[in-house]
Write a new protein. Structure first.
Length: 94
């Protein structure tokens, strides 16, 4: 089974991957998905997801199935076939 992964507000990720939405094999956790994306697509994706100290960027919202926001401490959530994971860059303005 597959999961759907979407990126909102990540031009460097979309450029590295070649599309805004993709399908990947289910299994593992959200953290495993992030690691797989970095491994498969390289430094531009890593730089987009992690701050200079090597920590997951807290400005990135991870949304599961369009309704649940996952904080960094919940990246151990298992992924199953049919799940939709959206990475959205939180923007602030003033």
């Amino acid at each position: 089974m597959k999961i759907t992964v979407e990126f909102m507000g990540f031009p460097d990720v979309v450029s590295a991957i070649g599309e805004k939405k993709l399908e990947m094999e289910a299994g593992g956790t959200v953290g495993d998905l992030i690691a797989a994306l970095v491994q498969q697509y390289g430094q531009r994706v890593k730089d987009s997801f992690y701050n200079p100290d090597g920590h997951f960027d807290l400005n990135i919202q991870v949304i599961m199935n369009g309704e649940e926001f996952l904080s960094v401490d919940k990246h151990d959530r298992p992924l199953k076939g049919g799940d939709e994971v959206m990475f959205m860059l939180a923007m602030a303005g003033g």
